[in-house]
Design a protein around this ligand. Structure first.
Ligand code: FE2
Length: 131
């Protein structure tokens, strides 16, 4: 299983934000462990719990990031806010009633989306904050 890990190249040079990004990767990792766990027959409750954790932590993290951008007078604050908002909307739009149909497939899709979004967002947007 290829683990989704935080890499040095993801550092934006702001400790608090880097630490929060690491925590997001840690949540994504646990999603991956859950996905690959063949011993749990019904993952429904675990999937709901981890999606909720991801949602709550992401909202908290975006708030921290946006406050930092305000503090330093970052010019692209508004476009970051839109991207953050869209991500939360996407997570909120997950249809939890669909999870029971094919749990692993569903979790895999969410995992892929979150991981891809996170890496791209850090490298293409967050890296510019402190550049
Ligand atoms: Fe961001």
């Amino acid at each position: 299983m290829a683990m989704v890990t935080w890499k040095d190249e993801y550092s934006i040079g702001v400790t608090e934000i880097d630490e929060q990004h690491k925590k997001l990767f840690e949540i994504v990792n646990r999603m991956q462990v859950l996905l690959c766990d063949e011993l749990i027959l019904d993952k429904y409750d675990s999937i709901i719990a981890i999606i909720n954790e991801l949602k709550e932590y992401t909202i908290y993290h975006f708030k921290t990031e946006e406050e930092y951008m305000i503090k330093i007078g970052y010019k692209k604050l508004f476009s970051q806010k839109v991207l953050h908002h869209d991500f939360v909307e996407k997570i909120n739009s997950i249809d939890l009633s669909q999870i029971d149909n094919d749990q692993n497939n569903y979790l895999n899709e969410i995992l892929y989306f979150v991981c891809d979004w996170l890496v791209t967002h850090i490298l293409k947007e967050d890296k510019l904050i402190n550049a």
